[in-house]
Ligand binder design. Structure first.
Ligand code: NIG
Ligand code: FE
Length: 403
């Protein structure tokens, strides 16, 4: 058993609720705090002096910095496994080119598919690992990572193998997701229904047998999969025992509503969700995931985070880190910027980056600094937790603990 401390502040998030608005008075701030850890699990949190009296035989570890301790972030939506880059798309977008024009000149998701198929497994793994380590140093201790740039059975498996290898070899937590339904690949002969049926028959059994993931994602959009075909696929995934998450309402509306009515655990993007669907999502029990990195990367409006919270939704915030729409990948910076535009309180932002994001991934032992939770925590060199958001990502954690 070890006592860590003292800390200027420990933000536990112990009693914060999972749905709807949270005002900053609800935040639990323990001044001059200490935390007791055994085998990577939190045993007790409280005033440092009291903790020392309660656990007199414990070894004390005093961090070099007297700062603020908060839970590690949970990034519940990323695409950080990919080959190559999309700098050409970016430059074309800045010159006013449309999505279609970019795709026609060899850009878009399919250009990353080509680059990911052609990179070696070792290089794919190495670049994935570097991105995950960068994320970890920025305080992200649980990272969801999607496939979706392979789009053949073989190359989707290559991606999921790399993601699972990282899961096995890292100190932080990795949650793999299969996004073989990112778009119908250009070299597949047959329509979207035939492609999805092919994935269900030939990839789902492999995912189960090799235990590569229990999560399935689909991009429902005019340029990807139709509402009807997506609904069929989501039902198949649920029948096969997978949890489902959906890229919904990014450019056109209607898919998020279909997804929650069909049984999705989370609906992500929602930049174009209609007023009436906001209420349906909020009451559905699904987690609504805002992806400000994609709004910043594409120069488009943010997810209506304030309206979702006011309607009672469980709002998580994730980076969507990917080579196309969200190449920046700095989750804290993006969440802070979303906060300023959408008027999201610090407590709501922190909840969206921690225990509310945990709900999207159905993991229940991370996201709070409380008894029984994993000691996934990050320390900032400041005496006031508000600085973490005030500096919009410029203040980085000086130490991160996991497992
Ligand atoms: O979440 N919306 C679809 N998929 C990704 C973009 C992927 C890409 O452009 O490579 C997203 O934004
Ligand atoms: Fe995405």
């Amino acid at each position: 058993m070890r006592i860590l401390g003292p800390f200027a502040q420990i933000i536990t998030l112990k009693h914060l609720i999972c749905n709807g608005p949270i005002n900053d008075e609800a935040l639990e701030v323990i001044g001059f705090g200490g935390i007791v850890v055994e085998n990577g699990i939190i045993i007790s949190v409280g005033n440092f002096d009291e903790i020392k009296q309660q656990f007199p035989d414990s070894e004390i570890e005093t961090p070099e910095v007297y700062g603020v301790l908060i839970p590690g972030f949970i990034d519940c939506h990323t695409h950080i496994c990919f080959g190559g880059n999309r700098r050409m798309d970016y430059a074309m977008r800045l010159n006013g080119k449309s999505y279609l024009e970019i795709a026609e000149s060899g850009g878009g998701i399919y250009s990353t598919v080509r680059q990911t198929r052609s990179i070696s497994s070792d290089d794919l793994y190495e670049s994935l690992k570097q991105r995950a380590i960068r994320h970890f140093h920025e305080g992200v201790t649980t990272i969801e990572i999607k496939s979706g740039y392979g789009l053949t059975i073989e190359s989707e498996l290559k991606m999921l193998d790399a993601i699972n290898k990282l899961k096995l070899n890292s100190d932080f937590d990795i949650v793999p997701t299969c996004l073989a339904a990112h778009m119908k690949p250009k070299d597949f002969e047959g329509d979207e229904w035939a492609y999805l049926a092919h994935i269900v028959s030939n990839l789902f059994p492999e995912l189960k047998e090799k235990q590569l993931t229990n999560r399935i994602d689909i991009f429902t959009e005019k340029t990807a999969f139709s509402l009807e075909a997506s609904q069929w696929y989501i039902n198949k995934a649920i029948e096969n025992g997978f949890d489902v998450t959906v890229h919904a309402d990014q450019f056109t509306s209607g898919s998020a509503r279909m997804a929650v009515e069909t049984g999705a655990v989370s609906v992500d993007h929602l930049e174009n969700t209609s007023e009436s669907d906001i209420n349906i999502l909020a009451k559905s029990g699904a987690v609504c995931v805002a992806l400000p990195g994609a709004s910043i990367g594409l120069g488009m409006k943010f997810t209506p985070a304030r309206k979702l919270l006011d309607a009672g939704a469980c709002l998580a915030i994730a980076s969507d880190w990917n080579p196309g729409s969200a190449p920046q990948g700095n989750l804290l910076s993006q969440a802070s910027i979303l906060g300023t535009f959408e008027k999201i309180s610090i407590s709501e932002t922190l909840a969206g980056l921690t225990f509310r994001a945990a709900n999207a991934l159905k993991v229940n032992n991370v996201g709070r600094l409380d008894c029984g939770y994993k000691m996934h925590a990050q320390l900032y060199n400041t005496e006031d937790y508000r600085d973490i958001f005030y500096y919009q990502g410029a203040l980085k954690p000086c130490k991160v603990w996991t497992n």
